[in-house]
Design a protein around this ligand. Structure first.
Ligand code: UD1
Length: 361
């Protein structure tokens, strides 16, 4: 392999950005790599994208595919159509995709069909729920990747069961936690919590965006009904994802639940680090709360990140009124601090870069 190794790194949606930032920092000290960032534009609002680039110090993308929103097929197909000419023009040695969003699978397919070495960061996670679009994206991406970089041990087991080549699998740790540990000290300057008058007060943080939770008004209503009861104990602050905002329309959730615009990365991690508990259907937030040792109630019936339940502070609360309240009673009775999983130590990026170097040279 000639050096520098030209590697295109794909970002599409909000949870991708904090995984790529530590990698770009690590690459910047390695003259044998020539990385470039490609933004698919799956997330395009400043609050979902631009703010994260600024907060995380990400480089300006070499290309922005500006694909925007659409159905799954439209969005995936459009990313593929727009990414292929860039591959032909840039002729990279490798393509690196992260996570499980539509941009991940779309760019993975394009790279592999052009015969380019494909790296998947956050490989091997499985919810075993094929109704979840991300699970399909994970299965497809992992099955065609040449290097599978894994965040937690369940990923190693899943990939082994699925017959991945052992030499292609590396336990590298968690890039999202690299970002958290790097930025949290800086996030103290973020005014969000102070502006809300939350300093020194107990509060909870809510995020909800999964289609299965927010697209059906009855389901969303059931979750909000439970959260209104919890908010009597613990006022709740809810930075709202555009999908959920659209579903709620002009409705307010009611009770002591306060809607906020989506927060930037530094504001969000500061608020999370000061919160008494977090209620979420996000994947990454299950990991961040485990690293911060803050109780997390995951408003889903499964998780592709089981270590956050087995070792961390996460509980699967489900999506039904009674179950959510039962889980909240359990948290109040015994919040638990858990322990931080192996290799969630802020040094995953260096291990990823080393694994990529070894695989390619
Ligand atoms: C996507 C990912 C999900 C991830 C989430 C984080 C897939 C299949 N899903 O879901 O895994 O957890 O990102 O947010 O890739 N919208 C805006 N502005 C934006 C982006 C989206 O208004 O910048 C609105 C659009 O109306 C869009 C909707 O949000 O239709 C959903 O966006 P989309 O990218 O389709 O999926 P997410 O629900 O964000």
């Amino acid at each position: 392999m000639p050096t520098p190794i030209r590697i295109l790194c794909i970002a599409g949606a909000r949870p991708n950005f904090m995984k790529l930032a530590p990698l770009f920092r690590a690459f910047s000290t390695c003259p044998d790599f020539s990385p470039a960032l490609i933004h698919t534009g799956q997330h395009y609002d400043d609050k979902m994208s631009g703010q994260f680039f600024r907060d995380l110090g990400l480089p300006v993308p070499l290309h922005n595919l500006e694909v925007g929103s659409g159905s799954h097929a439209q969005q995936t197909a459009e990313i593929m159509k727009r990414f292929e000419p860039i591959m032909l023009e840039e002729k990279p040695h490798a393509v690196l995709v992260v996570g499980d969003v539509n941009s991940t699978v779309a760019c993975a397919l394009v790279a592999k069909k052009l015969g380019v070495f494909l790296i998947h960061v956050e490989a091997g996670l499985r919810s075993f729920d094929r109704a979840m679009p991300e699970e399909i994206n994970r299965l497809v991406t992992d099955s065609i990747s040449d290097l599978l970089l894994v965040t937690e041990k369940s990923g190693l087991q899943n990939l082994e069961k699925e017959g991945a080549r052992p030499a292609a699998v590396r336990f590298a740790g968690n890039l999202m936690i690299d970002s958290l540990l790097f930025h949290l000290p800086r996030a103290g300057d973020s005014p969000s919590v102070d502006n809300l008058g939350l300093k020194g007060r107990r509060f909870g943080l809510v995020t909800l965006h999964r289609p299965s939770n927010v697209d059906d008004p009855a389901q969303l209503g059931e979750i909000l009904r439970a959260l209104r009861v919890i908010a009597v104990d613990l006022p709740l602050y809810f930075p709202i994802h555009p999908r959920t905002r659209a579903r709620l329309g002009a409705d307010e959730p009611g009770g002591d639940i306060h809607l906020l615009d989506p927060l930037g990365y530094l504001d969000f991690i500061r608020m999370m680090s000061l919160s008494a508990a977090v209620f979420t259907d996000s994947g990454g937030i299950q990991e961040e709360t485990t690293a911060l040792r803050i109780p997390c109630l995951t408003l889903r019936n499964n998780t592709e990140r089981p270590i956050t339940v087995e070792e961390g502070t996460n509980r699967l609360a489900g999506t039904a009124y009674d179950g959510i309240l039962k889980a909240w009673e359990d948290v109040k009775a015994s919040p638990g601090r858990g322990r931080v999983p192996e290799l969630w130590d802020g040094k995953a990026a260096e291990r990823c870069v080393q694994a990529i170097r070894e695989a390619l040279t």
